[in-house]
Ligand binder design. Structure first.
Ligand SMILES: [Zn+2]
Length: 227
């Protein structure tokens, strides 16, 4: 029976394993897109989906297993958040700044996760002719940081405090950014400590941001701050 299924549906869903599309219609329905937006401390956040078992699997596949369909799915969620942001800002010319990962994580993975998401999303937006997007890897992690996944909110904030700096090798001049809307790009907002640290570093360097675009948001962790 399994063989017949595989003949009929050669692709199995990445999330639930059922023979169907790379992300089957029921997993797709569960994940979204479900656009969430919220202003926190004067900065606007947009997320493309709520964090749950299905989205967690997709993020894990993209981030730790370099899975292209999973990465494309996350990039599409970011494209949706950009469309939502475009109803509030003039995003015709925009700059995407990916949230950096630790050097150790980049080395182990062999790629820079948020940078790839930003690039794919930018390419798709440009292809549709909606906007022109620059991707600037302007932030980097300047010291050793711990893996955030097992830390609570205050531990995460402490772990990342002062950990991001401007990437001096990727200078972008102010004139180059004139009339650009600037967005931080991440796969998932949980406690918001990475985005807060990213905003701190960018504000100190004189950048004014329009907002944060993320594929997902963890409502379980941050219902009170993000809904
Ligand atoms: Zn599925």
């Amino acid at each position: 029976m399994r063989e017949i299924f595989q003949l009929l549906f050669p692709v199995a869903c990445l999330v639930c394993g059922l023979p169907d599309a790379q992300i089957c219609s029921s997993c797709h329905r569960i994940i979204g897109p479900k656009i969430r937006s919220r202003e926190i401390d004067g900065i606007k956040y947009w997320a493309g989906a709520d964090y749950g078992q299905q989205l967690a699997k997709v993020i894990l596949l993209a981030k730790e297993e370099n899975n292209t369909p999973a990465r494309n799915f996350l990039a599409d969620l970011i494209v949706q958040t950009f469309m939502a942001a475009s109803t509030e800002f003039n995003t015709e010319n925009s700059l995407f700044i990916p949230i950096p990962s630790s050097r150790a994580a980049n080395r182990t993975r062999g790629f820079r996760h948020a940078l790839l998401l930003a690039r794919i999303a930018a390419k798709r937006i440009e292809k549709s002719g909606i906007a022109k997007i620059k991707v600037g890897e302007l932030l980097h992690v300047n010291r050793t940081i711990s893996d955030q996944s097992n830390l609570n909110k205050s531990e995460r904030a402490q772990n990342l405090s002062g950990a991001y700096s401007m990437n001096t090798r990727k200078k972008v001049s102010n004139s180059e950014l004139q009339d650009h809307s600037i967005f931080l790009i991440d796969d998932l907002v949980t406690t918001g400590s990475s985005t807060r640290e990213g905003l701190r570093a960018l504000y100190e360097a004189g950048f004014g941001l329009c907002g944060v675009l993320s594929a997902g948001v963890s409502l379980g962790v941050s219902t009170r701050t993000f809904s």
